[in-house]
Design a protein around this ligand. Structure first.
Ligand SMILES: [Fe+2]
Length: 560
């Protein structure tokens, strides 16, 4: 994320429609969870289903060997076993924690199953999973989430996600963990909440990443979300390091060793600790989920394979305090945008992946929905004029104390993209992606994470033609970039909505996830919020609900 500004939510969108704000009461207290004992302290998980198989996962603490049996059944009591995989192990010395995976095969499409592991006769918790459907599908429910930062708060949004009725799939768009040490990003209240990270230092090698996953997976709310439905997961940057790209990361610094080794180890731990299928190339492999005749969901890999280094303002062509009244300055910025940010060779997905998307969407041309699960926000978002918006006293303080933030604020008087790490920093390739979508299925609905805010965006190409719509999910806990600057009375959401014709809704304050319901006639997206992440106990709410339908002139969006 490029900036740490502040938050003050709007109760009204740019459309003038009133939206339900999250309830003010923090909600009922929930009891502290019992300390976890026994071999199964990290829950169970399933993932990457297709029509006949699904990945099962669990971990065992103090694993001294013996008999391990993964079981999957048609019923919760395991009376009708469908799949069983047995293994015997003997160890010279016991293993502090072992992780286990199996691919349950021979399943039927669109069916609910239950699974567990028996370890020397002791049962793990029971998880619920589901295969992808085949043929005609009346309804399919997806929970879209991202950015679960353990020290930043309680995973109440995961708990609410687990409460979703008839949940078919969880789509996690990345930042499942964060790599920082105990004094790093979003850790200010961690000690008070009993959520200090392990290990205490920044993650660098395999053991570090594995320990961090082990910590996260002790969280009871995350365990509930995993046990509720199969997950389809993809990493964003923090599964390795902040603002990662193919050749480095903003948070991979001198003295931290070889970047490729770090990526390899981070990805090894990712696959060991999550219910994923193992791609031949550990950081390659975009994923495609065929949701019967209803939809095709393409999950992009946008960080480690092909991404060019994100742009920053080091090449900004004018002084930060340049005169916004001088047309020559605006001209210099327009050239910078065209020639630097707009360079044809800048890539996030690369041509091979865009061709894969085109193929997948062409094959789905007759389905109602072509879905793209990405990481960073795709819609066009320009920075609103902060000089005009912020109170004088705040500008005075920032100018005196924070050179970086002040540069950001003064530059905002010109037309500059909001986030150069997002698609606005890869605009030529975005056009190539849009061309591919237009040439194949014709339109798409995109989902994004990464931003820690909710977004409803219209997706338009350089000629203003509509490609589809984007729903960006807020974080499970990670702070909004607007949270840090105290600007009472300033609604950054409203400023962003007013500045950007393609941004229909922006929520810069709430945490939560998106419940998506697909039917042949409509796609509905409910921006689910939780009233707090600072205590276990919350009231669920809804920021806004959206319905996409197909009209005479293509996809149409309405608030509901
Ligand atoms: Fe994030």
């Amino acid at each position: 994320m490029p900036i740490r500004i502040t938050r003050r939510g709007a109760l009204f969108g740019a459309t003038g429609l009133a939206f339900a704000a999250a309830a003010c009461s923090p909600g009922p207290r929930r009891p502290e969870p019992e300390p976890q004992t026994g071999p199964f302290r990290h829950g169970v998980a399933s993932g990457e289903p297709d029509q006949t198989s699904v990945v099962l996962w669990t971990a065992i603490t103090d694993d001294a060997g013996g008999e391990y049996i993964f079981q999957l059944a048609a019923d919760e009591n395991f009376e009708t076993l469908i799949f069983e995989e047995r293994e015997e192990r003997t160890y010279v010395t016991s293993n502090a924690i072992s992780t286990f995976k199996a691919i349950a095969t021979g399943l039927e499409p669109g069916r609910t199953y239950f699974y567990r592991m028996l370890f020397n006769g002791i049962s793990s918790p029971v998880g619920r999973t589901k295969t992808l459907p085949e043929g005609d599908v009346d309804r399919f429910n997806i929970a879209v989430c991202s950015c679960s930062n353990y020290p930043a708060g309680y995973f109440n949004a995961y708990r609410e996600l687990a409460n979703t009725p008839e949940l078919d799939l969880v789509l996690h768009l990345g930042d499942y963990i964060y790599e920082y040490g105990a004094d790093g990003y979003a850790s200010e209240n961690a000690e008070d909440m009993g959520r200090v990270v392990d290990p205490l230092h920044e993650l660098l090698d395999y053991g570090d990443y594995a320990r961090r996953y082990a910590l996260y997976k002790t969280d009871p709310d995350l365990q509930a979300a995993h046990a509720a439905a199969p997950w389809l997961m993809i990493w964003d940057d923090h599964e390795v390091a902040n603002d990662s790209w193919a050749g480095g990361a903003e948070n991979h610094n001198e003295g931290e060793g070889d970047y490729n080794a770090r990526v390899y180890n981070a990805m090894r731990a990712y696959h060991d600790w999550n219910p994923t299928r193992e791609p031949a190339d550990p950081h390659g492999a975009a994923r495609i989920a065929e949701i019967g005749n209803l939809a095709t969901l393409f999950i992009t890999e946008s960080r480690l394979g092909m991404r060019d280094e994100p742009m920053d303002f080091s090449t900004f062509p004018i002084a930060d305090d340049a005169d916004p009244g001088d047309p020559a300055n605006h001209q210099a910025i327009a050239s910078w945008r065209a020639n630097e940010i707009g360079r044809e060779d800048r890539e996030m997905l690369g041509p091979a992946q865009i061709a894969q998307i085109a193929d997948a969407f062409a094959a789905a041309a007759n389905k109602p929905w072509r879905l793209l699960g990405g990481q960073v926000v795709m819609g066009r978002v320009e920075t609103p004029d902060m000089i005009a918006a912020l109170p004088g006293w705040l500008k005075f303080i920032v100018a005196q104390t924070d050179e970086l933030a002040w540069g950001y604020i003064t530059r905002s008087q010109f037309d500059i993209p909001f986030n150069l790490d997002a698609w606005d920093g890869y605009v030529a390739e975005r056009e190539r992606l849009y061309d591919a979508v237009r040439a194949s299925g014709g339109d798409m609905i995109a989902f994004a994470g990464d931003s820690h805010n909710f977004w409803t965006n219209r997706l338009t190409d350089d000629e203003g033609r509509q490609i589809g719509f984007e729903f960006g999910t807020s974080s499970i806990t990670s702070p909004s970039p607007f949270e840090r600057v105290p600007a009472p009375g300033v609604s950054f959401s409203r400023l962003i909505e007013e500045k950007n014709p393609d941004v229909i809704r922006h929520n810069d304050r709430d945490k939560g996830f998106i419940r998506v319901t697909l039917t042949p006639d409509a796609l509905e997206a409910d921006f689910v919020t939780v009233s707090t992440i600072r205590r276990r106990g919350y009231t669920p709410g809804s920021d806004s609900r959206w319905r996409v339908t197909r009209g005479a002139n293509g996809l149409e969006l309405n608030v509901i």
